[in-house]
Ligand binder design. Sequence first.
Ligand code: NAP
Length: 279
Amino acid sequence: MESIILDGKAVSAKLESELKVRVENIVAKSGITPVLATILVGEDPSSKVYVNMKGNACKRIGLTPRKVLLPETTTTEELKNAIHQLNEDKDVFGILLQHPVPRQINERECFDAIDPAKDVDGVTATGFGMMALGEKVFVSATPGGILYLLKQYNIQLAGKRAIVIGRSAILGKPVAMLLLNENATVTICHSKSENLPELVRESDIVVAAVGKPDFVKADWIREGAVLVDAGYHPGGIGDVEKSAYAKTSAYTPVPGGVGPMTIVTLMRQTVEAAEKALL
Ligand code: NAP
């Protein structure tokens, strides 16, 4: 059986063109061009690249990107003040605080200072809780992108055994909750999990969010499983060995699978926030 490629590049390009039309509609009806604000604290080079990528995506769909750059020495209070200003700003419909922040900052306190209505990256404790309860809310971007991609290909989730390898707050935990909300039977694994290969072999849907190149071996994957590889490492290496693809019924390639879905999900949620407030 041929494996279906879950083509994040194509799906995100199609979604972007739909979002462009929706932004034109918002501007035409309200006279407001919505702003997505990104706060970058310090000089982390990869964070700068991500912030620029998000800014470019905004421009492609007609949103106005706003960069808020704060020095490495910023305190928790100063960062919270910057967030409060954006909460009050009527042109701003989405706020992103680029992770990681310098060590002296209490990141959780700052995430939770974001107005939930503008939390388009699903980082607030309120947002996470609402998502876990199955309420309609903005979700963490990569998990939201993964679910959108699976739905575009009509991948059946209800009743299936899904395994998520990784339990980070931005990826493993929320994607597990979203799969549970779709009535999958979900196992969450982490660095202390025993018998991981056996657990993966029993799974119909495998989400790898480990952050270690080629960590998941091809012989762990059962014939016909759906494979989602959220990992990305230099040289286009994922968290799963590429030789696993041939065994799957559907898989996300690296690159071009999960990666492109993350930024477009931020854009989609910002457009939804603006539509909710303005239309
Ligand atoms: P993270 O915060 O480092 O979390 C990694 C998770 O993997 C942790 O929960 C850890 O368990 C678990 N883990 C580590 N070693 C393990 C082992 N031997 N067996 C089982 N589990 C193990 O990483 P993350 O931020 O979630 O990111 C995961 C991957 O996704 C990375 O490759 C990252 O580049 C990628 N990513 C991609 C996007 C995108 O847009 N495409 C976005 C975000 C992340 P413990 O909790 O026990 O430590």
